[in-house]
Design a protein around this ligand. Structure first.
Ligand SMILES: *Cc1c(COP(=O)(O)O)cnc(C)c1O
Length: 246
């Protein structure tokens, strides 16, 4: 079952790339394994998946700890859910990318903990592109000011943007949101940020990740420029209990 799902998703990713003149190597599939047990993750790994996304810090850390001996650095964990400041310390050296930074306070905490561990932490800024009350993330207006503050933090590397689009039956309804995300991404990337003015550590070539698209809409997201898609149910089937804290 899972094998069939993965083959199908890869086929669709390729088709979406083809349609939009992109190279499939530009798109990373993140298997969202929240609520799924270790044996299921092992199965996905054996089928060739390497990137896994988790919502909750406790779950990411415990899965990391269990699978670290077996897979080491070949398995990559992504913190995709909302992150509380008091949990930053636990996740910072176990996740390759934190997708959900949406405040300066959180950024400062990550910077502080990364400094203690002698790391530079890769992060994305989460944008609430549809301005839904139920979702975390900054608005389009708040994005640039936050970005300009985050790039001053020496132990953070801002790698791009992330969004969770609204839940829709028809994925076309999210196309405009994905398009807006890509425009925000390009606006920032093309900005001339003068590193000499202050202690800004920003290199536009490493600002190259656009994390958007889930089971219901990853093809449209890819057509509009996603470089990471986060797919859970499409790979693993329905989750046993409903998610919280998007
Ligand atoms: C659960 C989740 C996903 C995956 O959702 P599916 O619809 O199951 O593909 C993607 N991104 C985030 C942030 C999630 O919490």
């Amino acid at each position: 079952m899972m094998e069939k799902n993965i083959v199908e998703i890869k086929k669709r990713i390729d088709a979406a790339c083809q349609k939009s003149g992109r190279n499939p190597s530009e798109v990373t599939l993140i298997a969202v394994s929240k609520t799924k047990p270790i044996c299921v993750i092992e199965e996905a790994y054996d089928l060739g998946l390497r990137h896994f996304g988790e919502n909750k810090v406790q779950e990411l850390v415990s899965k990391y700890d269990i699978l670290d001996d077996k897979y080491g650095d070949t398995i990559k964990w992504h913190q995709i859910g909302h992150l509380q400041r008091n949990k930053v310390k636990q996740v910072i050296d176990k996740s390759v990318l934190i997708h959900s930074v949406d405040s300066l306070r959180l950024g400062q905490k990550i910077d502080e903990e990364a400094c203690k561990k002698g790391l530079v932490c890769d992060i994305l800024i989460q944008v609430n592109i549809a301005e839904e009350d139920t979702k975390y993330g900054v608005t389009a207006q708040e994005l640039l000011p936050l970005f300009m503050e985050l790039v001053k933090l020496p132990h953070i590397r801002v790698r791009g943007l992330m969004t969770i689009a609204p839940y829709v039956e028809n994925s076309e309804k999210n196309r405009d949101y994905f398009r807006k995300m890509r425009q925000l991404f390009i606006d920032i990337k093309s900005k001339n940020i003068d590193n000499s003015l202050s202690k800004i550590n920003y290199d536009s070539s490493s600002f190259n990740i656009l994390s958007m698209g889930m089971t219901g809409d990853y093809e449209v997201a890819i057509e509009e420029g996603a470089t990471m898609v986060r797919v859970g149910t499409g790979i693993f089937g329905e989750r046993d209990y409903p998610e919280t804290n998007l």
